[in-house]
Design a protein around this ligand. Structure first.
Ligand SMILES: [Cu+2]
Length: 652
């Protein structure tokens, strides 16, 4: 083999990289002056008995265990069994993959500009994203972390997914029939909007068994209003829990809380929402956020909160019209009237997830090697005055390994938690964890663990956040891929690793490379998603309804060009405007064939967008450069695609 030839395959050098990662991660955390039982971490990074108690008795899946990989292949022409809807992190978008294949189907622009579809370029998308008075985009960056669809009767109904923007505190909605963003709402008075989860049925009206509200948690505490006062008075900062109407996307109310809210989960009975809370110290510096031994999982009694809002027991922040109630611990000491319940959990927890049987919430330890299991029924009992302490709602706290972040569930009573520091997924049995907590020495909560590569963040099971959890797959979204893929320069792809959880032992069956940086996904059965292929021209109020209507209209300096597309031509072969005109081009695609999308680009004018079959879009720009500009179709449509052009003549 010559020097330039690559070998047919190369085996990545795994062990050294694992050690390096564990050492550096631990050093970083230890640098913060934390103890958290890290002394119990041996060289390989796996927890010892001292750190993880009985947890360590289950060994990691033996390397080289035979896996029949072809079982998980999706052959040419075959379709995947699941969709994975995934956030795109600081790319600002949402992605759609097929599983088990890992095929990337679509990138849905949401908070970002995307010149393929023209998101952030067309007038319609700019209106959804939000503009300044001069028509420019208010924000063109975003950071999507969590995607969660709407529910009916405890499972996905295929209508919408909601996704957060952590940077600018916005909630977006994506229609699942077109897989396009249709609404974006900016949430007032918050920064670091992180967790988002829709309700699963109405907390007040028992007849409504679908999503009507979306709950949003804010992480960063800020002065309220954040208008330049109280800049260096952190004691006056606070964070908020927000309720947004799922249909109108209007902000309904907010709840003032202690600490920082992280992830959100909702109960299957619709009564409760909760969030894992860290920084109960209310610190503004890194070191201050980790001094308390316990933070909390905060439960919100939605019916009571809404009654308080209705009764006007609210205040306003600055000019914001949104009513705010006080959900701080001190203001909610009496369980019988409390709006919130702060259940103490080990320090700086991360992630809270509801079990598909509706009984429990699992809150991960992050800085504690434990998961805390909280009973939905007992939280309601506390709110009724039937329990002395919020902590009495905890029914299990198994030691599972180092750096637990997120928990997913199967349909056989098992939980799967990502262990960031251990680079593992740990499988633990819920009933065994409860028995162990009750003192049963024979109960062994941890039943299996498997290495992932490397440092998992979120993990999710197929249909695992619904009552239709099917226990087939677990997908681990890992934060580092290191040596798992061909090198592509300093920015590595992330790894989404597919694990078969249908048997007693977890089996790693595929590595999927994903573009930075997915945070959370949901794995949804394909039969739930019903998409449209063709729009109806009449749906768009500004549609150019007939190719015969193509024309140019002038109103002073404002020129409107009415255009249609029908492969392989545009409705006008040319049009003329004057230098300095404000030009609006409205383009309706009259092709009604599935997959016959056209593109429309104008050189030197930053115009580039697509129109799907039956769709209308428009752009507005200033014709400030005289000359001839060939507007052309960018989306391959026909044998005469290259000829599909029109001339824009800009007179000097
Ligand atoms: Cu075309």
């Amino acid at each position: 083999m010559s020097k330039n030839e690559a070998p047919a395959s190369a085996t990545p050098t795994d062990p050294a990289r694992r050690r390096f990662l564990n050492t550096t991660t631990l050093a970083g955390i230890a640098g913060a002056g934390l103890t958290m039982g890290l002394a119990g971490c041996n060289e390989s990074g796996k927890p010892t008995k001292a750190a993880a108690g009985g947890a360590a008795s289950a060994p990691a899946a033996a390397a080289g265990e035979a896996v029949e990989y072809s079982k998980y292949e999706v052959p040419p022409g075959q379709l995947d069994a699941y969709y994975a809807l995934s956030s795109g992190g600081h790319s600002g978008e949402v992605r759609i993959y097929g599983l088990p294949s890992g095929r990337l189907f679509k990138r849905i622009p949401v908070f970002n500009i995307d010149c393929l579809v023209g998101w952030g370029i067309t007038n319609e998308s700019k209106k959804i994203m939000g503009t300044n008075a001069d028509g420019s985009l208010k924000y063109f960056t975003g950071d999507t972390h969590h995607v969660h669809p709407t529910y009916t009767d405890g499972t996905y109904n295929g209508k919408y997914i909601f996704v957060n923007d952590k940077i600018h505190g916005r909630l977006a909605r994506v229609r699942l029939d077109t897989m396009e963003c249709d609404r974006i709402t900016e949430i007032p008075n918050v920064q670091g909007f992180h967790g988002v989860f829709p309700d699963k049925r109405d907390p007040v009206d028992a007849n409504i068994n679908s999503t009507t509200r979306v709950f949003c948690g804010a992480e960063f505490q800020i002065p309220t209003p954040n208008d330049g006062h109280d800049l260096d008075k952190p004691e006056n900062y606070f964070a908020l829990f927000t309720c947004v109407d799922a249909e109108t996307m209007e902000v309904r109310y907010q709840v003032k809380v202690d600490g920082n809210l992280d992830l959100i989960a909702t109960s299957y009975d619709g009564k409760l929402a909760c969030s894992n809370q860290y920084n109960s110290e209310n610190g503004v510096h890194y070191e201050q956020m980790m001094t308390a031994e316990r933070d909390a999982c905060v439960f919100f009694h939605i019916e009571r909160i809404e009654a308080a809002v209705k009764a006007g027991k609210t205040f306003r922040i600055g000019n914001s019209p949104v009513p705010v109630v006080d959900g701080r611990k001190a203001a909610n000491a009496d369980p019988k009237t409390a709006l919130t319940c702060y259940v103490p959990v080990p320090k700086n927890p991360h992630g809270v997830n509801a079990s598909p049987d509706g009984k429990y919430f699992a809150c991960s330890g992050k800085l504690s090697p434990t998961a805390t299991l909280i009973s939905n029924e007992l939280v309601l009992k506390w709110f009724d005055g039937g329990l002395k302490e919020p902590r009495d709602t905890v029914v299990a706290e198994p030691e599972i390994g180092l750096g637990p972040l997120h928990t997913a569930f199967d349909n056989r009573g098992n939980a799967y938690t990502t262990l960031f520091l251990d680079s593992q997924i740990v499988k633990w049995n819920v009933e065994a964890a409860i028995k162990s907590y009750q003192g049963d020495k024979n109960a062994k909560p941890v039943v299996d663990r498997i290495d992932v590569h490397y440092q998992p963040g979120h993990g999710f099971t197929s249909m695992g956040e619904t009552k239709e959890a099917d226990g087939k797959f677990f997908l681990s979204d890992n934060k580092f891929s290191k040596d798992r893929f061909l090198p592509v320069g300093p920015l590595h792809p992330e790894t989404a690793q597919l694990i078969d959880i249908s048997g007693d032992k977890m089996k790693l069956v595929a590595d999927h490379a994903v573009y930075s940086e997915p945070h959370d996904s949901i794995v949804i059965r394909r039969d739930i998603i019903k998409t449209r292929q063709v729009y109806d021209v009449a749906e768009f109020p500004n549609a150019v309804k007939d190719p015969k209507d193509c024309r140019v209209e002038r109103n002073g300096k404002k020129v409107t060009v009415y255009l249609t597309s029908q492969a392989p031509t545009f409705g006008l072969r040319e049009w003329t405007v004057k230098r300095g005109d404000e030009v609006t081009i409205i383009l309706t695609n009259h092709d009604k064939v599935q997959d016959l999308t056209h593109g429309f680009a104008i050189p030197k004018y930053n115009v580039n967008f697509i129109v799907n079959p039956g769709e209308t879009k428009s752009v507005t720009f200033k014709a400030d450069k005289p000359g001839v500009y060939w507007a052309y179709c960018t989306n391959f449509c026909h044998a005469l695609h290259l000829e599909m052009r029109s001339r824009m003549l800009v007179e000097a």
